[in-house]
Write a protein that binds this ligand. Structure first.
Ligand code: DGJ
Length: 694
């Protein structure tokens, strides 16, 4: 006899079932069903026939597909006994604990002495499913692969979307056909990585931002992951996520997977993006001081690099404050003898050559300007050319003759002595100075993948957060090398990329919005000529693109003309006046008919207002812009739409357009179905439209 469980709410319905003597499996994962739906019939309806060339019954696609039951695809668990013999588990359901919003399903393999626990929770407001598996073994076992509870892949999907990337080129979409066999992504560099953002989107043919069925998956883990999307010979599909294979170095008796976040929606990519954004912002991130308004950053990296001179930094700080900055971040170069990136990581004492009286005079100056002070650190790293390395060469992770990365080595965060040392030096800095924010960097790949490393970093961050709950932390790893919900449980901002080129940012921000809300996504106005692309961009483009997310500045403010400074002040003023609602807004990506136009609408939580950013990434193929259709509005409501920056229209935009003259008032239906025609624009410009519900 089978047992069934049903988790339902906020647009999700997950039905699980367990046949006698078998492990539970997902029966149904789509939109909610009528309350009286008979779950046994639902299950029977989908039971498959048997034909030639196969076993006489289908091995179940359970929450952890079992090699011991002749499962014809990738098992959810690969392990060996302490002697190295492969084990082939066969789990049987044993017990269920049901709570209002979650389930705990226990299964056991008595012969092998294994217990598998699947924990599945559905957030009743955000609609996010969080799934985690635990394994207990009576005898020590060697774990090679352990998937979080396995979900079925969308049957009608022909394509899946995941992301690759690189330094200064994060969030590049990869589309692959979903046919027989496996698509696997694995990060084996010890970070979630630029190269393999730990997520997958599976979608029905024709799905777009606003319509069509989409499944979204993300693993909340920073230490390297594996994703397996597989279609079996019988047509069934499974999606597995877990830590990268072989990450657990030691035999053990207890293991757990990181949380897998999953959501499905019939409302297109925005349907899943909205859930990821809200869940991350409202459930995963913990904000010091109940979500204070995000302060405007100033970061000195691209202004001075390692060349720190107190008087110059004071002048830069004064100018940044005048432009509207509220937090001044002293980046790399303030400690040890850090004159370049070859030395001093690990020596977290203020460089007395650059700061003879310590950081006090700079901090006093910054605070005197009404700004908060923030500091850059890269705690997990050490340069061979450092006092720390000379004192503790044994603290390094990996072999002595390993290849360095950015001339640096990694500290073994699995060691308590290393964590204690780092806690002490960082605490001393935080106690000695009024530091409100840390930019926590991580600039090299690990010598080998190791789960203990990520756990050690988490433990250190948790301890620091408990001791200094008011201090905010940003996760940076050469830009976006460590962005995931695991690190974001402990941090409040991510540095999306080391590229401050607004054109590249426009694209990256658009893609990253599938998962990240504006509140956590740092974005800075860079130098006039981008240091990473060489492009020269106008201030209004740079400023509005940064204003799409958590705004900051990173150029040398002394390079600004008065006109540029005025534009930046004005955009910053707009951002400050609107951040109270932008913080909680949904970013809805718009389906533009023009591939040269990247557009999004940020809709206030209560639906009363929006801002639309339409970025002209390249010259369009057609001569003048097509209508852009809006999203997320109430069809019957009326909205007043104003072109905020119409004054930027170039002379080549010479038509008479009502939008250029003043606000237009139209229904949500008209705005979403017909849309609005935008004025002609140069490439690398962005239109900003504000909308208010009447
Ligand atoms: C890499 C970061 O991504 C940059 O923003 C900067 O902080 C440098 N490290 C400093 O070394």
């Amino acid at each position: 006899m089978s047992r069934y469980w049903r988790l339902e709410g906020a647009g999700q319905c997950l039905v699980l079932g367990a046949a006698a003597g078998q492990m539970p499996r997902v029966v149904y994962w789509r939109d909610p069903l009528p309350e009286e739906e008979d779950l046994a019939t639902l299950d029977l309806m989908a039971a498959r026939d048997v034909t030639g060339g196969m076993l006489d019954a289908h091995p179940p696609l359970s929450l952890c597909p079992e090699a011991g039951r002749a499962f014809p695809g990738q098992p959810g668990l690969l392990l060996r006994d302490a002697g190295g013999r492969a084990l082939h588990p066969r789990f049987a359901f044993e017990a269920a604990e049901e709570e209002a919003t979650g389930l705990r399903l226990v299964s056991r393999d008595a012969a092998l002495g294994l217990e598998h626990v699947a924990e599945i929770a559905l957030d009743p407001v955000t609609g996010m499913l969080t799934l985690r598996a635990r394994l207990r073994s009576e005898a020590p076992v060697i774990l090679e692969w352990f998937a979080a509870p396995v979900l079925p892949g969308l049957a009608e999907a022909r394509e899946m979307l995941d992301f690759s990337g690189r330094w200064i080129g994060e969030f590049q979409p990869c589309r692959s056909p979903w046919g027989p066999g496996i698509r696997m992504r694995e990060s084996r560099t010890g970070r979630s990585g630029h190269e393999h953002f730990p997520a997958l989107l599976v979608h029905a043919p024709g799905a777009n931002n606003g319509a069509g069925r989409v499944q979204g998956f993300h693993l909340g883990w920073s230490g390297g992951h594996r994703m397996v999307a597989e279609e079996l010979p019988d047509g069934r599909r499974q999606v597995q996520f877990g830590m990268a294979a072989g990450l657990e170095a030691m035999p053990g008796t207890e293991f757990e997977t990181p949380p897998l976040y999953a959501v499905q929606s019939g409302a297109g990519f925005n349907g899943v993006a909205r859930t990821f954004q809200r869940h991350l912002r409202d459930r995963v991130v913990t904000w010091p001081g109940a979500a204070l308004p995000r302060p405007v950053h100033y970061n000195c990296w691209e202004a001075v690099y390692f060349d720190h001179r107190l008087e110059e930094l004071k002048e830069i700080a004064s100018r940044a404050a005048d432009l509207g900055a509220e937090r001044f971040v002293l980046d790399d170069g303030w400690f040890g003898r850090r004159d370049d990136d070859r030395r001093a990581l690990g020596d977290w004492q203020v460089d007395a050559r650059k700061y003879p009286e310590g950081l006090g005079p700079l901090i006093d100056h910054v605070e005197g300007l009404g700004m908060q002070f923030g500091l850059w650190l890269e705690p997990e790293m050490v340069n061979p050319e450092s006092d720390l390395y000379r004192a503790h060469p044994e603290w390094v992770l990996g072999p002595a003759d390993q290849v360095t990365g950015r001339q640096q080595l990694v500290l073994d965060m699995g060691r308590e002595a290393v964590r204690d040392h780092l806690f002490d030096v960082i605490s001393a800095l935080l106690e000695a100075h009024p530091i409100g924010y840390i930019k926590w960097d991580h600039n090299r790949l690990l010598p080998h993948p190791d789960a203990a490393q990520a756990r050690g970093t988490y433990a250190l961050l948790d301890r620091l957060r408990a001791a200094f709950p008011e201090v905010e932390i940003e996760s940076c790893a050469s830009g976006g090398g460590r962005i995931d919900f695991g690190i974001l449980e402990r941090t409040q901002r991510v540095w999306l990329s080391d590229s401050n080129d607004a054109l590249e940012r426009l694209r990256m921000q658009h893609e990253a919005a599938l998962f990240l809300p504006a509140a956590v996504t740092g974005s800075h106005v860079g130098p006039r000529r981008s240091h990473t692309s060489g492009r020269v961009q106008e201030m209004s483009f740079r400023a509005w693109v940064a204003a799409q997310r958590h705004l900051g500045f990173e150029m040398d403010p002394r390079e600004l003309t008065e006109a540029e400074a005025q534009t930046l002040r004005s955009v910053t003023g707009w951002w400050k006046a609107n951040r109270h609602w932008l913080w909680g807004a949904d970013i809805l990506r718009l389906d533009s008919d023009d591939p040269a136009l990247l557009a999004e609408l940020q809709l206030a939580e209560d639906g009363s207002r929006f801002v639309l950013f339409a970025g002209q990434a390249a010259a369009s193929a057609q001569s003048v812009p097509r209508c852009l259709r809006l999203s997320g509005l109430v069809p019957e409501a009326r909205y007043r739409v104003t072109l905020r920056n119409g004054a930027e229209a170039p002379a080549l935009s010479r038509g008479e357009m009502a939008l250029k003259e003043g606000p237009l008032v139209a229904s949500g239906a008209a705005l979403m179905q017909q849309g609005i025609a935008l004025p002609w624009s140069f490439p690398e410009r962005i239109w900003v439209l504000e909308g208010e519900r009447e």
